[in-house]
Design a protein around this ligand. Structure first.
Ligand code: FAD
Length: 318
């Protein structure tokens, strides 16, 4: 079923969904099941699987020189989605990015997904590779997420890159996109960010999943701004429990989000790893309860493989 169909049939309930990462190359599929098995009792209608493009590393050769090699550390997104759907009978939502894909690669990946009956995709641009500094599309690749959305919307009408295909199979993708309550870090301001978000919706996107946030007011303000700007699709809040003290600095640096003062103070005061974790879990529980009380369509948890923490939170909320 499509993600948006779940929301349409929700009848006032707030769903729970989870986002997982593929294991590091050489890892086992069992690692995914170990994360998800204990979470399935919460009946997530869909599970997201992130996509990780290749990055460059330097490998030392016998000669002593270093060789620059491109490596994808976490392959397997599409296979994991198929395995999840097969094992649990729930929908899987692969993330698909522009980076590293020509439009032809994208088309072929989407055909695979369509044939596997994977009808939900989160369409993203992806970040810059560490060494590139800024996002560089592939030659003949998609530049922005909106180009990927357009390509998917075209395939939904039976239009493929090869203009000679007549009566092409129509795919049926429900298209999710990313949203940023505290604006995307490259955007000059929130209004310009929202303009691009609106264009993605006009191009065919069906719903939004937000970047993590730790201050619910940022989410509520964002939803109000979206609605005032004519963006009327469901907006799913993304939640991540903070469990380690260093994340107080690393999360703002990596994800460009703010830590509310009260939260930062409590975390700084916590004097053991357990105490820090407890503060993070409690904060996420309070965030979840308030969002649920306000009737959000779904609470989407970034699990990062930490099943125990996510279970504690969801058990307290439901
Ligand atoms: P875009 O919508 O392309 O926007 C990028 C920037 O360009 C923004 O500042 C926007 O305002 C601006 N912009 C948009 N369109 C245009 C245009 N046509 N012309 C000029 N400016 C424009 N990354 C991964 O690699 N793998 C994942 O699995 C993944 N999952 C994610 C899940 C969620 C819920 C979120 C919030 C992010 C995820 N990301 C993932 C990170 C994401 O790829 C980055 O945040 C990336 O920098 C931007 O992606 P986007 O789809 O928002 O890009």
């Amino acid at each position: 079923m499509k993600v948006t169909e779940y929301f349409e049939k929700a009848n006032g309930q707030t769903y729970i969904s989870f986002e997982i990462l593929p294991p590091l190359k050489g890892g086992k599929m069992k690692a995914i099941f170990d994360v998800l098995d204990p979470l399935m009792e919460f009946k997530p209608p869909f599970i997201d699987v992130t996509y990780h493009r290749e990055d460059f590393i330097y490998k030392k050769k016998e000669s002593g020189y270093y060789e620059k090699t491109a490596i994808r550390k976490r392959p397997g997104t599409v296979g994991i989605c198929a395995a999840i759907m097969h094992r649990y009978g729930v929908d899987a939502v692969p993330h698909l990015i522009c980076g590293g894909f020509s439009k032809e690669d994208t088309e072929n990946a989407l055909i695979d997904l369509h044939f596997l009956n994977v009808n939900n995709v989160l369409a993203l641009r992806g970040d810059a590779r560490k060494m590139d500094g800024k996002f560089i599309p592939e030659p003949n690749g998609n530049n922005y997420a909106i180009d990927l959305v357009k390509q998917m919307a075209d395939m939904n009408t039976g239009k493929y890159l090869d203009g000679n295909i007549v009566d092409g199979e129509k795919t049926d993708f429900c298209i999710g996109i990313a949203g940023y309550p505290e604006k995307h870090f490259e955007s000059p301001n929130i209004n310009m960010d929202l303009e691009w978000t609106k264009k993605k919706i006009e191009a065919g996107a069906d719903y939004i999943v937000t970047q993590m946030f730790f201050d619910n007011d940022k989410y509520f303000e964002y939803v109000d701004l979206c609605r005032a700007n004519g963006i009327n699709v469901p907006i799913v809040p993304g939640l991540k429990p903070l469990t380690k003290q260093y994340q107080l600095n690393s999360i703002p640096r990596l994800f460009h989000v703010n830590m509310p003062e009260a939260f930062a103070k409590e975390l700084s005061k916590a004097d053991s790893r357990e105490a820090v974790k407890q503060v993070g879990i409690e904060w996420c529980i309070q965030q979840s309860k308030e969002l649920k009380a306000k009737g959000v369509p779904c609470l989407h948890y970034y699990t990062m493989g930490d099943t125990k923490t996510i279970r504690k939170i969801v058990e307290s909320v439901y």
